[in-house]
Design a protein around this ligand. Structure first.
Ligand code: ASP
Length: 313
């Protein structure tokens, strides 16, 4: 049994492994680990204390996929419920659907008795205010919510210095089942209602016991356009090793014409628990923990140079 996660999954990976050791499934393990990241007030990219959208509202996206059944659940643009990953799991298990967004997802959370919570913390609000005061004339910065048109400020979400992340977990349980979970508050300062790759099955999340699993963080628009998580699994299906598959999927990014070309990071695992992670940004890390380890190890991702090609027409 093994769990891997993006570096901010450190706060949850031990719990994820504890669940596996106690006989929990891979799906149980990824949900348990991600819930702790979602509750971490110091992580401004996931769940409670996530950074808000352009209007100052925190909107969460999450997805979960079971590699045994290929069942999946996801939620997008959910406000006021901390554990988007648990809501995504409930969509998978209790509805004949894969994805719920916005008001429908919130209604479902309410029906299930999920506790409501204000997700915007003073720390996250202070970061929002500071950035907006720098980038946007003061006359607008304090009343974005009341403006009829905010589209001209959406480019602020593409600022390369803008803080962001997401959490990814992949677990392999002792029955040989894989599961993948992803949770995020998405791109900070995004246009309201914007969904990234995290809730899109195939883009930010994919698991198939037969071939492997993968999950992404980074500029979600790029992973959506290339179905990056599914691409990694497909490349493994075609016979590539995990390193070849992740490298190829990262190299694909270079083909994208994109004025906002940015970083995309992948974690991946094959059905035997071999794992690797990839990024087109230097010096990035991920964590892993097996059933025989006392604690997780943090290790570098493979850097794949996608150059500047993506920016050119
Ligand atoms: N992939 C996430 C999104 O596009 C954000 C991130 O990982 O930085 O919403």
């Amino acid at each position: 049994m093994i769990v891997i996660a993006s570096a901010n999954g450190k706060v949850g990976i031990r719990e994820s492994m504890r669940v596996l050791k106690a006989g929990g499934s891979a799906v149980d393990a990824v949900e348990a680990g991600i819930r702790l990241v979602e509750s971490n007030p110091d992580d401004h990219s996931v769940g409670y204390s996530g950074l808000p959208n352009l209007l100052g509202d925190v909107e969460l996206d999450a997805s979960i996929m079971d590699g045994l059944t290929l069942q999946a659940g996801s939620v997008g643009a959910v406000k006021n419920y901390e554990h988007a990953i648990s809501l995504a799991r409930k969509v998978m298990e209790e509805l004949p659907h894969v994805m719920l967004v916005g008001a429908g997802a919130e209604r479902f959370a309410k029906e299930l008795g999920f506790p409501e919570k204000d997700l915007l913390t003073p720390e996250a609000e202070a970061i929002y205010r500071q950035i907006f005061e720098k980038k946007i004339p003061d006359v607008y910065a304090h009343r974005m919510k009341y403006l009829d048109s905010v589209k001209k400020w959406a480019h602020v979400a593409a600022d390369p210095e803008r803080p962001n992340e997401t959490t990814n977990f992949i677990a392999l349980d002792d029955k040989g089942n894989l599961a993948t979970g992803v949770s995020t508050s998405g791109w900070s300062w995004k246009y309201p209602g914007r969904l990234g790759d995290s809730p899109i099955i195939g883009a930010g999340n994919y698991a198939d016991n037969r071939y492997g699993a993968a999950a992404c963080t980074g500029r979600g628009e790029m992973a959506i356009r290339l179905c990056t998580a599914h691409a990694v699994v497909t490349y493994m299906r075609m016979g590539m090793s995990i390193v070849e598959a992740g490298t190829e999927a990262t190299r694909d990014l270079a083909y994208l014409v994109d004025p906002y070309f940015g970083g995309v990071n992948i974690i991946a695992m094959d059905p035997n628990g071999n794992h690797c992670a990839f990024s087109n940004t230097k010096d990035t890390f991920y964590v892993y923990m097996t059933g025989t380890m006392d604690d997780y190890i943090e290790t570098p991702r493979v850097f794949v140079d996608t150059g500047d090609e993506g920016r050119k027409l």
